[in-house]
Design a protein around this ligand. Structure first.
Ligand SMILES: *Cc1c(COP(=O)(O)O)cnc(C)c1O
Length: 362
């Protein structure tokens, strides 16, 4: 009975399926946690920047106090790094939070949001959670078909969600096609450009989307500190947008959505360019190691621009279970409409080797 009190659009949400935690597999198989390799959540295999860790230790002394609800120091660091005004920034408890803030500020049960087949699972989630209609456009070569997405716009469309690179397919849209898409989209439709993996891109592949904020008042850029910055467990992300959009998103934001330890770590992490450069270099080498291994095994994969790659293994559910038995956690992506694929995150060289060996044995 209580269940029926919730609106149908909430009851029909398919829950998000996170990567299996190391502790859970250790419990189930009676294994030592240290013997398990987790390549399932696109986490940074280098861990956390030593500078961020030090900043967190300092901030711990002060956790009896509420965080700065306006995140002054964190916003100042972002404003300096990206050349935007502080009024254009919205802080989030992870970038998932800022995606949700877009949905809560702009979507209603009368409106629609457009996203691509095989795009990041959070877009349908946050769209459905506010009762808006999700309009799915077919993928083109596993990536976003921007022509189809433009064509899907109706008078009720308020938001278009785009992940660049996309997770779990790793596909990348280039600067020119994105720019011409932005010019084609009506000014009264928000384009959310989710750049969670931007730090992993070679410089000549980056879109420089922050520059576009000057020309497009309907653009929202989403960034995270969960990936190359190594702060996934702290939950920190942010959005950059026009002042009007940021203002509206901030109105529906929880006043203290980013905790004080996370804010302190984020300021230090944003300044640690050396750590990000090391993370990117490790990823480039690991991507080479894994894709060459997959080629050797004769397996197809989708060329990826992120810190993960999706590989076609056939019966992915069985291979996933087989890998778990060998202490290797990867990510099934059947819920993304890719039942023959597994997504593997790029790890340390020895972790990548463990994965390839286990896969070969299977
Ligand atoms: C990992 C990921 C994020 C980051 O989510 P957080 O909430 O910041 O941890 C955002 N978008 C995409 C496409 C991702 O893959």
């Amino acid at each position: 009975m209580i269940y029926d009190l919730a609106p149908d659009y909430v009851k029909s949400i398919a829950p998000y399926q996170p990567g299996k935690p190391i502790s859970e597999l250790a419990r189930e198989l009676g294994l030592e946690e240290a013997s398990i390799v987790k390549l399932a959540s696109n986490e940074n295999p280098l861990g956390i920047s030593p500078k961020a860790l030090e900043a967190m230790e300092g901030a711990l002394q002060d956790v009896a106090r509420y965080p700065d609800g306006n995140g002054f120091a964190f916003k100042q660091a972002i404003a300096n790094k990206f050349g935007v005004d502080m009024s254009q920034i919205v802080l989030g408890n992870g970038s998932n939070d800022v995606l949700e803030l877009v949905a809560r500020a702009f979507l209603t049960t009368e409106t629609q949001a457009v996203y691509s087949q095989h795009a990041f699972a959070v877009y349908p989630l946050v769209t459905q959670a506010v009762g808006a209609e999700g309009v799915v456009t077919p993928a083109k070569d596993y990536g976003h078909d921007l022509i189809a997405m433009t064509a899907a716009i109706t008078p009720n469309t308020r938001v278009i969600w785009i992940a660049n690179p996309n997770n779990p397919t790793g596909t990348l849209l280039n600067r020119a096609e994105l720019y011409s898409f932005l010019k084609d989209v009506p000014k009264n439709v928000l384009v959310v450009l989710d750049e969670a993996y931007d730090e992993y891109l070679a410089d000549d592949l980056k879109s420089s989307s922050v520059e576009w904020l000057k020309s497009f008042d309907n653009l929202v850029i989403s960034r995270t500190l969960s990936k190359a910055y190594g702060l996934a467990g702290l939950r920190v992300g942010f959005a950059l947008a026009s002042t009007s959009i940021a203002d509206l998103m901030n109105r529906v934001r929880q006043p203290f959505n980013v905790n004080s330890v996370a804010q302190a770590a984020a300021v230090a992490a944003l300044a640690d360019d050396e750590f990000v450069a090391r993370s990117r270099a490790l990823n480039t080498a690991g991507m080479m190691q894994i894709t060459q291994g997959l080629k050797r095994l004769g397996l197809d994969f989708i060329p990826s621009f992120g810190n993960f790659v999706s590989v076609r293994v056939g019966n992915a559910a069985d291979v996933y279970q087989g890998l778990l038995q060998k202490g290797v956690i990867v990510r099934p992506v059947a819920n993304y409409g890719m039942p023959e694929y597994l997504r593997v995150s790029i790890g340390l060289a020895q972790e990548n080797a463990r994965f390839l060996k286990a896969l070969e044995e299977l």
